[in-house]
Design a protein around this ligand. Sequence first.
Ligand SMILES: NC(=O)c1ccc[n+]([C@@H]2O[C@H](COP(=O)([O-])OP(=O)(O)OC[C@H]3O[C@@H](n4cnc5c(N)ncnc54)[C@H](O)[C@@H]3O)[C@@H](O)[C@H]2O)c1
Length: 353
Amino acid sequence: MSVAIITGSAGLIGSEAVEFFASKFDKVVGIDNNMRQYFFGEEASTDWNKVRLENSISNYEHHPMDIRDYAAAEKVFQKYGSDIQLIVHTAAQPSHDWAAKEPLTDFHVNATGTLNLLELTRLHAPKAVFIFTSTNKVYGDNPNYLPLEEKETRWEISEQHPYYTHGIDEHLSLDHTKHSVFGSSKVAADIMAQEYGRYFQMNIGVFRGGCLTGPRHSGAQLHGFLAYLMKCALTKKPYTIFGYKGKQVRDNIHSRDLVELFWHFYQAPRQGEAYNVGGGRFSNCSMLEGIQLCEQITSNKMQYSYSETNRIGDHIWYISDMSKFRKHYPGWTWKYNLEDTLTQMFEEMKKRV
Ligand SMILES: NC(=O)c1ccc[n+]([C@@H]2O[C@H](COP(=O)([O-])OP(=O)(O)OC[C@H]3O[C@@H](n4cnc5c(N)ncnc54)[C@H](O)[C@@H]3O)[C@@H](O)[C@H]2O)c1
């Protein structure tokens, strides 16, 4: 029997991975304790998504387990042993603002939880492919010291800079920078995942996401920028822009494109390789541009206000250079641009919100 374990299986990336890998493996085992509701409140609960997966995917088995609980996780790994061929680890405390409220919880979920899973994989399924969803916050606020120029609707990097054409690559330093508490717990997990790949020669890929997005995101103010923006546009709820004149730029990759990319990695894995992943130059926007697109798609005028204070450690301009991944896996490319993603979100949210 072939088994894939997906942690954070009711979240945005986890649920997309469950749906994708259900046709590729005999069984998909999901782990998710809906901790997203604890982090961000009722509106961010992923329970609806868990129920949807359980009702629609016959080879899906859900475990409402906490990845911090080593003994409980070990039971799952013991049960399936070497049948486990893939682990997609997406469960996390994903917000840098929230992390400062409870640094211990943040670290235990993001760093210790990841170590638990790496170690269980080493002990019970050392040949499996392990995919870790890291973040561009591992680079801390280093991107903010790039030569940025203010344009009409966005910040942009100087055309003379090597990052102009494709974006920021994996050589940006992780050091001498303010990461936020969240960024730091993810650095710990990111480095440990790379180390398990290199030291123990395990098949491990580390994927440092820009904004990961898609119609299944349970968007909340503190996490899930595009999903929350679209929710506000749709429900006419006020939206607050924090700092940088609303011209801060993020690149956005659709969850389906990301999971498709995991599949490419699975078929020809490397040992402890780290990649930047995001929408790149193909799919990105500033807050102001995102608002404009949401208004166009919903035909609603958004009610937004501006607060001078930016979020601590927030990036002013971040576009992921995916050249390394695309060189290693030339068969992969993006399918969904920003407008496709927002339109899908709109259609999906109309049913849900
Ligand atoms: N969404 C983004 O913009 C973004 C950007 C960069 C990196 N990432 C990373 O990608 C991964 C997936 O992000 P997402 O947007 O799908 O997040 P998400 O919050 O939608 O999904 C994560 C899921 O993990 C679950 N979870 C949290 N703590 C848990 C625990 N202790 N035990 C079991 N389950 C737990 C949550 O309930 C949630 O359903 C995370 O590691 C995140 O840090 C996300």
